[in-house]
Design a protein. Structure first.
Length: 286
């Protein structure tokens, strides 16, 4: 039976939690890297790309801890987390359970194009080992982005390839915080501006494991969309399983998904949750 791993968006803390979770699953005997398709959105595109190019989840976790230490050492007093209020006001205007419509995505695109952000080169430089990947597009990997010109969702993958580092950066380009990314003369922003997970795109796969960065504080807003996307998978006669942050992970998250100062604690919580979830996911994924 074909299998898809869907990794949702969630900023730096989402990267930390998903990395810890995958390492915990691996330590618990679950290898999700054998998925036929890995679909990443925003933070999930970063984590999924590392998995798709063959990086070991436990090594990814150690790298996450090292990155968290570097951030702490470079800014001991911490940095203020970016203000997500303008972005969230648009995102929360959509009907519950539905993707953000093209009109809303175009509004976010306009905000992104007009914002003062770091340069594209400076943003891309922060993507570490992905910048060194010079091989072909990873087999069975895809990431999402939104075209700023027309608001349409783009799926970077085998059928619509781009330089891996730019594809991932475009998927992670949170409007007003990071710059839209140029690929073949067009500019792209975060694929999470359609949906934080875009799991409905995986509905043709026999088993879909959806990893969603929906901590308890965010779950009431996100749950209708997650339910709708899982229903789309099941409506095709396929199976779906969901992992969201548990209570322990939720305590580590805090109120802002862009607060990188929490990365180490969240990665540890994700690892513990991965170990706890391993038996359930092993039975589903087999």
């Amino acid at each position: 039976m074909s299998k898809a791993l869907v990794l949702g968006g969630g900023g730096p803390v989402g990267i930390a939690w998903e990395t810890g979770l995958l390492a915990g699953l691996a330590d618990g005997g679950v290898d999700v890297s054998d998925a036929d398709w890995i679909l990443g959105t925003s933070a999930g595109s970063f984590v999924g790309a590392h998995l798709a190019i063959g990086r070991d989840p436990v090594a990814m976790l150690h790298a996450e801890f090292a990155a968290a230490d570097q951030i702490r050492d470079s800014s001991p007093t911490g940095r203020p987390a970016p203000d997500l209020t303008p972005l969230m006001s648009v995102m929360m205007s959509k009907p519950p359970g539905e993707p953000l419509a093209v009109e809303g995505r175009l509004k976010l695109a306009k905000m992104a194009l007009e914002a003062q952000t770091p340069s594209e080169d400076a943003f891309i430089a922060g993507f570490g080992p992905l910048a060194e990947h010079d091989g072909p597009w990873p087999r069975g990997y895809a990431s999402t982005a939104v075209d700023t010109a027309d608001g349409e969702l783009v799926i970077w993958g085998d059928d619509k390839a781009a330089p891996l580092i730019r594809a991932v950066a475009s998927s992670c380009s949170v409007p007003t915080i990071f710059p839209p990314i140029t690929i073949d003369g067009r500019r792209y922003i975060d694929g999470g501006m359609r949906s934080g997970t875009n799991a409905d795109l995986a509905k043709s796969y026999g088993k879909v494991l959806l990893v969603a960065v929906a901590p308890p504080a965010f779950l009431p807003f996100m749950q209708p969309g997650l339910d709708a996307e899982l229903a789309a998978v099941r409506a095709e006669g396929n199976e779906a399983a969901l992992i969201v942050p548990d209570a322990g992970s939720g305590e580590a998250f805090g109120p802002n998904l862009m607060d990188g100062s929490r990365r180490a604690d969240i990665a540890r919580a994700g690892h513990a949750q991965g170990l706890a979830e391993a038996e359930r996911i092993k039975a589903f994924w087999a």
